[in-house]
Structures are given as structure tokens and as C-alpha cells.
Design a protein around this ligand. Structure first.
Ligand code: HXC
Length: 506
């Protein structure tokens, strides 16, 4: 074989992955191969593979093209992205020393060049034959995930098994996407669980996309197949900056949907409405990309465009648990606000919450420390922050939902806003207790007192009178208010005292 023939032969072997039978099995399982995945992810003709000739250190493992992982760099929407894709057709995509070294290599290059990294995971986990070298490989990857956090966007897509400690690399990244039916994440699988606890559960029920999206909040998105997941990742990358020193890209502005914002909030303060309608009526048409839909739906978070400018949106959802903040919503909010702040998305907060959710389950579960994340994340964020209070904003939750005192740069309220220490019912019970006890008809007296309280305190004008909200606006004026606010804040500079790092409550 001459030089040309040898390289051609070697390339062919690398492209063949684990051989036709295993490729066929991969397809039968409804999965694309690692190479098909990277080629679907990057812009056509831009893939540059790195480390295609890397092999396991031990020859005992036989032929293992690329050591079970395809790594390299390409463009997505014309911008550089580093990628690794585990190849289940070679040793089950299991992670050995050299496999791990290839992943670490693209992690290092991504961090050095200020470009996002995407991991496509499909692996049996630590390669059993390589023992502690495999474990060491994971440790090196986790360390790099952590060091890159908040510097370059990190997205992981789970497209097959992800078991044991292997789940922690995805968990350390910004966004986790899972494919329904083929992706499963768990620390210990169904057999171990049954042996230890007696519980019987299928792998999909335990760690499939819908479980990790809706029950645990580990995943941010679930898709029906590989192609859908890769398309979604392209969309996400198109919205994100390449690194923390860049702003996210702008888009062509679009008008919002025609939503009757003026008629959205019902007259009865106890009646719910869908905050997503407000989002649709305020931001550019079809631009809202919701994160973690299906998990803690009492809070809605996601990325949107406002007159072509990217923003992070956080909104209480009165339709679910009356929009209260509970443990899961607090976690969801804290994580999203820190993500948006790290990657320079200004934050728009729409408030309608009666408060933190009461209950022993919440208290014993640590609502105090979880709820504190909401305050911490908002107060820590230095991006422009604008808050609009649509209806209820009571007590601690008023403060937590990016109040002016916590750091909102500008705050407005709709005329329907109720900003006070607590809701009229609870307040009347406490401050008029003696009158209620002495009354012949306590029900009628209570109704009167509640109405009086609402009139006096549950409106936006007490807060506006103190300057805690900058403007009271009609709902239909919200988009213009936000556009002008964010324009005026575009040059915002904000700093925090130098420190090693904060100590966010967890
Ligand atoms: C070496 C592995 C492997 C592993 C799979 N293979 N997992 N080889 N180390 N961890 C190989 C299989 O031997 C097989 O090789 C090929 O990959 C495909 O695997 P199958 O079992 O045939 O596929 P399937 O039936 O689809 O089952 C996939 C699977 C199963 C569910 C992932 O293979 C499995 O349970 N593997 C072990 C999972 C595990 O416990 N990993 C360790 C987790 S702990 P041949 O040659 O027959 O095709 C961990 C610690 C990380 O990862 C710690 C970090 C801190």
C-alpha cells in the first residue's frame, strides 16, 4: 500500500464505525450513527474531524475505530462549534482512557477559542475493561465542564443510554436535550433499584426523556427523534452567543401576535389566565422558546426576541398552582436566570404570584433554601432587568420576582397589579381580627374589610407613590415600554465586589 492508499484505507475504516452489522442495529433502534449525527448538526461541508485515528491504548479491545467517539469542529449557522458524538457501534460507546482524552481535547479547544461545545451522548458508560483509567477520564471531563461553565455554552444531547456517573457531565452543562424512547439517564438502573429497594420500574419510566423533563427537571427539552433533537440544538446555538464576552445575535424584528392584552387579566382576582398569552402578545411572533416546559409549570421561562433583540423571559403562571413559587419553580428560575445572565440575555420578568407555596412538604423540602435561589440569582445578575407586575405581587414573592429593591433596573405595573405585604383575605383576618370577632355578622364584615383593604393597599399606586414601580402602564403598552426600557439600558454597566465566587444557597 502506498501512502495515499494507506490513508484512504484508514479513513474508510474510521467512517465505517463499528461495521455494517452494528450500524444496522443502531438504525433498527431508531438511532442515527455518531457520524450521521454530527453531519446533521453542522452546516453542510464544514465538518473537520479531529482524532479519527485515535485507538484504545490496549490492543486487547480489538478494532475500535476512533475509540468509540467522533470528535471535531464545524460551523452551525456559520459560527464555530466543537462537537463530540459517542459511537455506540464501537464498544457500546463506552468511555475509556483515549475516548475520554478525545472529549477533553475538544473541550479544551472550545474553551480556548471561545466557542460552544455540544456533546451527543450514546454510551454504556465507563469502559469496564479500562477500569480506573475510565473513571479518571470522566473526572477530567467533569472538571472541564465546570471550568467552562459560564464561559462557553455547553449543550448535551442524550441519544442513548447514560448511566451511573456518566450522567454528571450532562448535568454540569447548560442545556440537556433528550430523545424519547432511546435516551435514558439514571444513576442506578432498574435492576439495581429492584435489588436494593424492591421497586420495579422500566428504564424508560425511570430515566426516559419525559421522566427527566417532567418529574426531575434534569432535562430541558425532549424530542421525538434524533433529527428533531439536532434541529433543536441548531436553533439553540443560533440564539446563543459563542461565549460570555459576546452578546447573543439579533434577528429580524417581527410584530407580536394579536392578543387582547387589555382583556387578559380577569376582573375576579381569583380567576386564572394563561401567562403564555401575555408572552405571545408582547414578544416577536413565534419567537418564544420555552425551557423545561412540563416541569414546575407554575413558572414559565425561555428565550424570546423583542423587536429583534434577544431576551430571557421569566413569568409566573397563574393557571398552575395559582402561580405560587414552590421548590421546583425556584430551582427552575434560579438556574434560568443564571444561564441568561452568564450569556448576556437581558431579563424580562412578568409577575403574578400570590407568594411562596405553603405546606409541610415545602417547608421540610427546604423551600427556604430553594426559594433563596430566586433572590440570589436576580440580585447577582448584572444584565439589564425589567419587571412588569401584571397582577399579584405579595410579600416575599413580590421582592423575589425581580423587584426594584432586588435589582430590577426598571419596573412597571399594570392597573390590575396588587402590590402589598399579603393578600386581602389573609391581611383582613389579621389586622381586623378584633372587629371580626366582635361582629354579629362576621362574614359580611369580613367581605367589607377585604374590599376596603383591596381598595387601600391591593393596587399599584401605593408602590408607584413610593417610586418602587417606575410607571403604571396599560397592558397594551407593555411591548413599547419594554422596547424603550431595554434600548435605554443597552449600555448598562454593573459590577459586583471582587470575590472568588459566591455561595448560592442550594
Ligand atoms: C465495555 C460495554 C459497556 C461498558 C456496553 N458495552 N457497555 N463495553 N464497557 N460499560 C459493550 C457490550 O459489551 C457490547 O459489546 C456493546 O457494548 C453493546 O452493548 P449491548 O449490551 O449489546 O447493548 P444493549 O443491549 O443495547 O445494552 C446497552 C446497555 C448495556 C444498557 C448500555 O450494555 C449495559 O448495561 N452496559 C453496562 C452499563 C454500565 O453499567 N456501565 C457502567 C456505568 S457506571 P459487543 O462486543 O457484544 O457488541 C459508570 C461510572 C462512571 O459509567 C463514573 C463516573 C464518575
Amino acid at each position: 500500500m502506498n501512502h495515499r492508499e494507506e490513508l484512504t484505507h484508514r479513513r474508510k475504516a474510521a467512517i465505517g464505525l463499528g461495521g455494517p452489522e452494528r450500524v444496522e442495529r443502531q438504525h433498527r433502534m431508531g438511532k442515527l450513527t455518531a457520524r450521521e449525527r454530527v453531519l446533521a448538526l453542522v452546516d453542510s461541508g464544514t465538518w473537520e474531524e479531529l482524532g479519527a485515528h485515535v485507538a484504545p491504548r490496549s490492543s486487547d479491545l480489538g478494532d475500535a475505530p476512533g475509540d468509540g467517539v467522533v470528535t471535531g469542529v464545524g460551523l452551525v449557522h456559520g459560527r464555530t462549534v466543537y462537537v463530540y458524538a459517542q459511537d455506540f457501534t464501537v464498544l457500546g460507546g463506552s468511555l475509556g482512557e483515549m475516548h475520554a482524552a478525545k472529549i477533553q481535547r475538544v473541550q479544551d479547544l472550545a474553551l480556548k477559542s471561545g466557542a460552544p461545545i455540544v456533546g451527543l451522548n450514546d454510551s454504556g458508560g465507563a469502559r469496564i475493561q479500562e477500569g480506573v483509567d475510565a473513571l479518571n477520564g470522566y473526572g477530567e471531563i467533569f472538571k472541564r465542564n465546570t471550568h467552562a461553565s459560564g464561559v462557553v455554552p455547553q449543550i448535551t444531547c442524550i441519544m442513548g443510554p447514560s448511566a451511573g456517573g456518566a450522567v454528571y457531565s450532562p448535568a454540569l452543562t447548560d442545556i440537556v436535550v433528550m430523545v424519547r424512547g432511546t435516551a435514558q439517564m439514571f444513576i442506578t438502573g432498574p435492576q439495581v433499584i429492584e435489588a436494593v429497594t424492591g421497586e420495579r420500574v422500566s428504564a424508560e419510566e425511570l430515566g426516559g426523556a419525559d421522566s427527566q423533563l417532567r418529574r426531575s427537571g434534569v432535562a430541558h427539552f425532549a424530542t421525538d427523534d434524533d433529527a428533531g433533537a439536532l434541529e433543536l440544538i441548531r436553533e439553540l446555538l443560533g440564539r446563543l452567543p459563542s461565549n460570555n464576552l459576546e452578546d447573543p445575535p439579533v434577528r429580524t424584528p417581527a410584530d407580536p401576535e394579536a392578543v387582547d392584552l387589555a382583556g387578559l387579566v380577569p376582573d375576579d382576582p381569583n380567576k386564572p389566565y394563561d401567562i403564555r398569552m401575555a408572552i405571545r402578545g408582547i414578544f416577536d411572533h413565534g419567537s418564544f422558546l420555552e425551557f423545561q416546559q412540563g416541569y414546575a409549570d407554575n413558572l414559565v421561562v425561555g428565550l424570546a426576541y423583542l423587536d429583534g433583540h434577544p431576551v430571557g423571559v421569566v413569568a409566573n403562571q397563574p393557571r398552575v398552582l395559582a402561580g405560587t413559587l414552590d421548590i421546583n419553580a425556584s430551582d427552575k428560575l434560579g438556574r434560568f436566570v443564571r444561564f441568561a445572565d452568564a450569556f448576556n440575555f437581558p431579563l424580562v420578568t412578568l409577575v403574578d404570584t400570590p407568594g411562596y407555596l405553603p405546606g409541610t412538604g415545602q417547608e421540610y423540602g427546604g423551600i427556604i433554601r430553594h426559594g433563596a435561589k430566586v433572590l440570589y440569582a436576580y440580585a447577582e445578575a448584572t444584565v439589564p432587568k425589567v419587571t412588569v407586575i401584571c397582577r399579584k405581587a405579595y410579600g416575599g414573592a413580590y421582592l423575589a420576582m425581580c423587584s426594584r429593591s432586588l435589582g430590577a433596573d426598571l419596573a412597571a405595573a399594570w392597573p390590575t397589579a396588587e402590590i402589598a405585604v399579603m393578600g386581602p383575605e389573609g391581611a383582613a383576618n389579621i389586622i381586623y381580627r378584633r372587629e371580626l370577632q366582635a361582629a354579629d355578622d362576621p362574614v359580611a364584615v369580613k367581605q367589607k374589610k377585604v374590599a376596603e383593604y383591596r381598595e387601600r393597599f391591593a393596587n399599584p399606586y401605593v408602590a408607584a407613590g413610593r417610586g418602587y414601580v417606575d410607571a403604571v402602564i396599560f397592558p397594551e403598552e407593555t411591548r413599547d415600554f419594554l422596547v424603550r426600557s431595554l434600548q435605554s439600558l443597552a449600555g448598562k454597566r454593573d459590577g459586583r465586589p471582587p470575590k472568588k465566587h459566591g455561595n448560592m444557597p442550594v
